[in-house]
Write a protein that binds this ligand. Structure first.
Ligand code: PEP
Ligand code: MG
Length: 538
C-alpha cells in the first residue's frame, strides 16, 4: 500500500479523466462478502436477532439512499422498491425458520434470498429481470449479519473520495453529493464512467493500480487533471487544496462569451449533457445530448410521453440542442432493449445498428424528439451514433425528416465514415466527430482499457488526419463539422482542432471555461500552425 502518514505522503499515478483537485478521506466500494464456513448456533434467539437486524439495516440503508437521491426520481423509485424487497415478511420468516432449524444467520439469509431469487426468475418477464436485484440484497444482508461493510457505494454521512475497482455507468450516475472524487483501479480515459464523472464536474482518476491498496480513511489528495493521487496528506493540506480549487473554479468561471480565437474566428462552445440536470448557464447550446444516459438503469422501455417530457425539459432550457439518438450497447447496456449478448460487443449491435433488430425504438424516439421540439419551439438538431456508411446516413436522414426534424446529422465515430465524409455530407446537414470511438476504432484499442491509454490519445496524427478530412469536407459544402468527443474539452487540443477547421467544440460543461481561455490565446493562423505541427508529429 501507499506509505502511511507517519512515513510521509506517497504519490500514486493514474489517468486523470475529469479535471479538478480535491482532498478527503478515502473509502472503498466493498465487494460481495464471503460466506464463512457454517457454524453451530449457540443461542437461537440471539441468532434470530442478527437476522432481523441485518434485514432492517439493509432496508434502512436503501431508504436513506433513496431520500438522498430524491432529485433523481427513477433512482429513488428503484431504491424504494429494493427496500420493500428487503422488508418482505415472507423472506424474513423463511430466514428465521432456517435459524430455528439450526442454521447460522449468514447462511439462513443466503438461503432465503437464493430461494426467492429462483422463484422470481422462474416467473419470467419483468419479474425475472428483477431477480438479479435479490443477489445484491443478499450480499448486503449477509454483510450486515457478518458485521462487514455492505457492498456498493458507501454512504458514511460525510464527504469522501470513492475508491473502486471499477464502476458501471449506472453506479456513477447514482453517486450522491458526499462523493468528492472518484478513483478507480481499472477503466480507460474515454470510458462512459469517465464521461459521466466529467459531466458532473466530479474529479476522477482511472487506471490507478496503487489505489487498490489504500486503507479506508487515509486522507488523499486527488488531481483529476494530471491523474496524481497523494496519499497521507494532512487535514490542513486537504483544506488548503479544497479552498484553492474553489478559487480556481471561480477565476475560470469569470470568463464568458462565445468561443473565439484571439483574432475573432468563431468556434462554437457547446455542452455535452445526459439530461437537463447537467445543464449549466454557459456555452452556446448543447452539442451532444446523450439520450441513453436518461435510461441506463431502466428495465422497461421509456414511453413516448416520458421521452417527450425528458427532451422538452432540455429544449425548454436551451434554444439550440443537438440530440443524439440512443447509443446503446457495449459499456452502455440499456436493459430494456434486451439485446443478446455478443462475443465482441464494441463491433456488434450498438448505436444506430440497434435499429437493425429493433426499428420501433428509433421511430418512437424520433417521434418524441420532433414532438418535444414542436411543444417548446426549440431548434432541435438530431444525429445518429455509429454511422458507418452513406447509405445508413441517408436512411436515418429520411426517417428524421419525415417527422419534420429540420437538421439531421451523422456522428463520425468509425474510420469508414470519416473516409467518406464528403459523401455523408450529401445525405446529412452536419457532422459531429466522436473522437472517443473514432480513436477506439482507428487504433483498434478498447476505450475502457487502462493499458492502452496512449493509443487512445486523440492528439495522434492518424486521428487528426481523419478530423481534418471531415472538416475539409464540411468547408467544401458550407456545412458544420464539430467535435463532441472528450478531445473537444481538452484545452491543449482545442486550438489544434480549431486549426484543422472544425466549427464547434462540444464538451462537459466543466471544461468550457478552460477551453474558451485556450482558444482566446491563439489567432486562427497560430491554431493552423499548431494543427500542422500536430499532423506532422509521431
Ligand atoms: C464519442 O464516441 O466520441 C462520443 C462523443 O460518443 P460516446 O462517448 O457517448 O460514445
Ligand atoms: Mg461514441
Amino acid at each position: 500500500m501507499a506509505d502511511d502518514a507517519a512515513s510521509g505522503p506517497a504519490t500514486l499515478a493514474g489517468l486523470g479523466v475529469s479535471p479538478g483537485r480535491t482532498a478527503g478521506p478515502c473509502l472503498r466500494m466493498a465487494g460481495p462478502p464471503e460466506l464463512p464456513a457454517p457454524y453451530a448456533v449457540p443461542d437461537v434467539d440471539a441468532e434470530l436477532a442478527v437476522v432481523g437486524k441485518a434485514l432492517e439495516a439493509v432496508a434502512e440503508d436503501l431508504r436513506r439512499r433513496s431520500a438522498a437521491a430524491s432529485a433523481d426520481r427513477s433512482a429513488a423509485e428503484i431504491l424504494d422498491a429494493l427496500a420493500m424487497m428487503a422488508d418482505d415478511p415472507t423472506l424474513r420468516e423463511e430466514a428465521e425458520q432456517a435459524v430455528r432449524d439450526g442454521m447460522d444467520a449468514p447462511h439462513a439469509l443466503d438461503a432465503a434470498f437464493t430461494r426467492h431469487r429462483e422463484a422470481l426468475a422462474a416467473l419470467g418477464g419483468y419479474l425475472a429481470e428483477r431477480a438479479a436485484d435479490l443477489d445484491d440484497l443478499k450480499h448486503r444482508a449477509v454483510a450486515a449479519a457478518l458485521g462487514v461493510p455492505m457492498p456498493g457505494v458507501p454512504s458514511p454521512g460525510h464527504p469522501f473520495v470513492l475508491i473502486a475497482d471499477d464502476l458501471s455507468p449506472a453506479d456513477t450516475a447514482g453517486l450522491g453529493p458526499e462523493v468528492l472524487a472518484l478513483v478507480t483501479v481499472r477503466g480507460g480515459p474515454t470510458s462512459h464512467t469517465a464521461i459521466l464523472a466529467r459531466g458532473r464536474g466530479l474529479p476522477a482518476v482511472v487506471a490507478c493500480a496503487g489505489a487498490a491498496d489504500l486503507a479506508d480513511g487515509t486522507l488523499v489528495a486527488v488531481d483529476g487533471g494530471t491523474g496524481e493521487i497523494v496519499a497521507g496528506v494532512t487535514e490542513v493540506e486537504a483544506t488548503r487544496i479544497r479552498e484553492a480549487e474553489i478559487a480556481e473554479r471561480a477565476r475560470l468561471a469569470a470568463t464568458s462569451g462565445p468561443g473565439r480565437t484571439a483574432d475573432g474566428h468563431p468556434v462554437k462552445l457547446l455542452l455535452n449533457i445526459g439530461s437537463a440536470a447537467d445543464l449549466r448557464p454557459d456555452g452556446e447550446g448543447v452539442g451532444l445530448f446523450r439520450t441513453e444516459f436518461l435510461f441506463l438503469d431502466r428495465r422497461q422501455a421509456p414511453s413516448y410521453e416520458e421521452q417527450v417530457t425528458a427532451y422538452a425539459d432540455v429544449f425548454a432550457a436551451v434554444p439550440y440542442v443537438v440530440v443524439r439518438t440512443l447509443d446503446a450497447g457495449t459499456d452502455k447496456p440499456l436493459p430494456f432493449l434486451g439485446l443478446a449478448e455478443e462475443p465482441n460487443p464494441a463491433l456488434g449491435i450498438r448505436g444506430l445498428r440497434v435499429d437493425r433488430v429493433l426499428p420501433d425504438v428509433l421511430d418512437t424516439q424520433l417521434d418524441a424528439i420532433a414532438e418535444a421540439a414542436r411543444r417548446t419551439g426549440a431548434e432541435a438538431w438530431v444525429m445518429a451514433p455509429m454511422v458507418s456508411t452513406p447509405g445508413e446516413a441517408a436512411a436515418f436522414a429520411r426517417r428524421a425528416r419525415e417527422r419534420g426534424i429540420a437538421k439531421v446529422g451523422a456522428m463520425v465515430e468509425v474510420p469508414a465514415a470519416a473516409l467518406l465524409a464528403d459523401r455523408l455530407l450529401r445525405e446529412v446537414d452536419f457532422l459531429s466527430i466522436g473522437t472517443n470511438d473514432l480513436s477506439q476504432y482507428t487504433y483498434a484499442a478498447d476505450r475502457q482499457h487502462p493499458a492502452l491509454a496512449d493509443l487512445l490519445d486523440p492528439a495522434q496524427p492518424a486521428l487528426l488526419r481523419l478530423v481534418e478530412r471531415c472538416a475539409e469536407a464540411g468547408r467544401a459544402v458550407g456545412k458544420p463539422v464539430g467535435v463532441c468527443g472528450e478531445a473537444a474539452g481538452d484545452p491543449g487540443l482545442a486550438p489544434v482542432l480549431a486549426g484543422l477547421g472544425v466549427t464547434s467544440l462540444s464538451m462537459a460543461p466543466v471544461c468550457v471555461p478552460a477551453v474558451r481561455d485556450a482558444l482566446s490565446r491563439h489567432t486562427l493562423a497560430e491554431c493552423r500552425e499548431l494543427a500542422r505541427a500536430a499532423l506532422a508529429g509521431d
